[in-house]
Write a protein that binds this ligand. Structure first.
Ligand code: IVH
Length: 707
């Protein structure tokens, strides 16, 4: 064979293998035996070895695991990978609908309901149609590059195509997923063709292990007397995060797509569910529902089928179908307002309450906890359940000695859902919230409008301990080697009173203490030293301001970064938050009055100001990470259209600025855009945008925004 013929043979082999891959892994169909397919793959492999000049990134041979990696590279998600809020019944679902209806008055809401796969979320980036980068969710903003591992999953296409696959034959006379191709909007199809040729496309979905594969793996482990895996989700997650992709390869994972992130003109989530299979992805079942009742019907029908499905699901996901409205609804905490997970009821069991004790948390709130007679739910032994607060105890009328129903949902702390009074003996004891803090003895108080009872002592040992644990935790200062037990120990020895004390430790202070060998003292000192340099977002999170979680901390960091001062040290931070008014704080998008007040009072409390100053004195340095400086909170994710000429910037420079700050550019005015930047002598875009009520920025306003 001459070289041309070899190249042709390689091309045909790739196409044929890809066709059978698609049939088998996406459409669950098979035309040739596994052995025959292996033999085609083998021929391709040998040819590519001999003629490496014909080896391409999208070749099926590239799915084989490569050399183990030292560690994963980090990937910054262009759009954050969010999580979902949960509801468990019709009433909670209705409340969710009411909340969004309030934000979209007068609009008829339609939803797309689909399966919630119990797997591991990943993002796939295709550049010019070729699978280029796959990453894990990580903390939502930064994930890990697991491209090589994802390449081993056959249901992930290495190259995207719309027409090129020979499944025309398959389609004839059959109404299967592929017929979605025909139903695609013409414009969408054109845009897809364009972006596959040149451009970036991001798709998200779930990697999972089929129930059958999971059982087989566990069976083998049993035979070898090895411990079995608890569930397919854990093993899927573990397999994706393997540095050796050969291990991933051996695990037979699969992929289901549920989200098309890139805007190619799709107007609804249901449309995305047509586009994804047309691109060669397997998708989950879904349905457009016009009401909560219809969603519940869908939920019930899925619940019936659940056991027969080839993969595990833990509920359904419901999303507002209109993408424009979805975007407008925004994000609360780490979850989009426009989506919610309706979970299957958790597994339940009955047991007895042996005691009720209270725990004092970081905010000083007293949480009653029920100590239970050990009981097994879904393979996990439960000994404790949270009773949340005084009102919950009253509502349940739970007493020490009662027989109760406990429920476990996902990884959260189990709940007591019901007491069985028929089993009472008369010896059960009622529980009262203590009038004094069980740790420091100070009076407890209940703030009006809140359900929690608090310890009134600002310096309560338990509160300070929890604050410190939070301060050094992984998402905050991340001080390795400084866990719960050690903090307690150091506090008991009187070596730390406040977070700032941590930074003054010397090796000699630690070594005499029990638990500290010379090496571990040295390691701890080193990790404390390393932790002194911290990003602004982590720093704010570490402060433990009530209601300020990771996401809000990031938002606040972004705000301060955008401010004129370009906060780079703690003094600047204090200055910024002392100057900002309560009203300004409350008006920041995604910060409401409760969170705003909490931030405001934190930065106006003497105790917190002292802590901040002490931390600064102790040598803590806050810094703005690159991506925080670059991505503007007001611009990221927003779509801009430019018209007219500007005096200080060329069109190209303006576009580059917007892109660098995380914004998108569109060439035409539509309802889907956010801002029209209007220079001198604007064109017809100006009138059109005005009619649509789009926000128009003049040059000065635009410059201020990108500053
Ligand atoms: S939509 C805003 N759809 O559930 C997040 N998620 O509990 C968009 N998941 O992190 C997710 N099946 O890993 C969506 N059909 C589905 C899903 C799904 C499973 C996972 C996903 C997400 C988690 C949230």
């Amino acid at each position: 064979m001459n070289k041309f013929k070899i190249e042709q043979r390689i091309k045909r082999l790739k196409k044929e293998i890809n066709y059978h891959r698609y049939l088998y892994h996406v459409l669950d169909k098979q035309e040739i035996s596994d052995a025959a397919l292996d033999s085609l793959k083998h021929e391709l492999f040998l040819l590519e070895q001999k003629y490496p000049e014909f080896l391409t990134f999208d070749s099926p041979s590239q799915r084989v695991g490569g050399k183990p990696l030292e560690k994963f590279k980090k990937v910054c998600h262009r759009f954050p990978m969010l999580s979902l809020g949960d509801v468990f019944n019709q009433e909670e679902l209705k409340n969710w609908e009411e909340r969004i209806q309030k934000l979209a008055p007068g609009q008829k809401l339609k939803y797309f309901a689909e399966l919630k796969i119990d797997g591991f979320a990943v993002s796939l980036i295709y550049k010019d149609g070729i699978f280029f980068c796959g990453s894990t969710r990580g903390d939502g903003r930064i994930g890990e590059d697991v491209t090589q591992n994802l390449k081993t999953i056959e249901s992930i296409p290495l190259k995207l195509s719309i027409h090129s696959m020979p499944f025309e034959t398959l389609r004839k006379g059959k109404k299967d997923k592929v017929s979605n191709l025909k139903a695609l909007d013409k414009k969408i199809r054109k845009n897809l063709e364009k972006i596959i040729k040149k451009g970036t496309l991001e798709i998200r979905g779930e990697v999972y292990m089929a129930k059958k594969v999971f059982e087989k793996i566990n069976q083998k482990r049993l035979e070898k007397s090895e411990p079995v895996y608890a569930n397919p989700r854990n093993i899927a997650a573990g397999s994706i995060r393997q540095l050796d992709s050969k291990i991933t390869d051996s695990r037979d994972l699969e992929f289901l797509a549920y989200d098309l992130i890139t805007d190619i003109g799709q107007k609804s989530h249901s449309e995305e569910h047509k586009i994804l299979p047309a691109l060669g992805f397997k998708t989950d079942q879904g349905k457009i529902c016009g009401s909560v009742k219809k969603i519940i019907d869908f939920f019930k029908s899925i619940q019936k089928k659940r056991k027969k499905l080839p993969y595990q699901i833990d509920g359904i996901v419901i999303s507002v179908n209109n993408n424009l409205l979805y975007k407008k609804l925004g994000v609360v905490g780490k979850a989009p307002r426009g989506s919610i997970a309706l979970k299957f009821p958790a597994e339940e069991a009955t047991t007895q309450v042996e005691n009720i004790c209270v725990q004092v948390g970081r905010t000083g709130a007293l949480t009653p906890v029920a100590y239970l007679k050990p009981v097994n739910i879904e393979g996990i032994t439960i000994t404790r359940a949270t009773l949340h607060n005084e009102d919950e105890i009253k509502k349940l009328d739970v007493r020490i000695g009662d027989t109760v129903i406990v429920q476990r949902a996902g990884d959260v702390i189990p709940d007591i859902v019901k007491v069985l009074p028929g089993l009472r003996t008369g010896k059960e004891k009622k529980f009262q919230m203590p009038k004094n803090c069980p740790i420091c003895g100070a009076k407890t108080k209940r703030i009006s409008g809140e359900v929690a009872v608090y310890c009134s002592n600002e310096n309560c040992f338990a509160k300070e301990k929890e604050e410190l644990i939070h301060f050094v935790s992984r998402k905050a200062f991340n001080i390795e080697g400084l866990g719960k037990k050690i903090i307690e120990h150091l506090m008991n020895e009187g070596l730390i009173f406040s977070a700032a004390d941590i930074f003054y430790f010397k090796k000699g202070d630690l070594e005499p203490l029990e638990r500290f060998a010379e090496k571990s003292a040295e390691n701890l000192i080193q990790s404390i030293e390393k932790a002194k340099k911290i990003s602004l977002a982590r720093f704010i999170y570490a402060l433990g301001i009530r209601h300020v979680g990771e996401e809000t901390a990031r938002l606040l960091a972004q705000q301060t970064a955008n401010s004129k001062q370009q906060t780079t040290n703690i003094e600047d931070l204090i200055d910024f938050f002392q100057k900002i008014s309560l009203e300004e704080l409350e008006n920041i998008q995604d910060i409401g009055p409760i969170v705003g007040k909490s931030i405001y009072s934190f930065f106006h409390s003497e105790k917190s100001l002292k802590l901040l100053k002490d931390l600064s004195k102790a040598g803590v340095e806050v810094n703005l990470p690159q991506n925080l400086q670059k991505v503007s909170f007001r611009i990221s994710g927003k779509t801009f259209v430019l018209t007219g000429s500007m005096e200080t910037l060329s069109r190209e420079q303006a576009k580059e600025k917007i892109r660098n700050l995380g914004g998108n550019i569109s060439s035409s005015v539509s309802k889907n855009m956010d801002y029209l930047v209007c220079g001198k002598n604007p064109g017809s875009k100006f009138e059109k945008a005005k009619k649509l009520g789009i926000k128009i920025l003049n040059e000065g306003e635009f410059l201020k925004m990108i500053k």
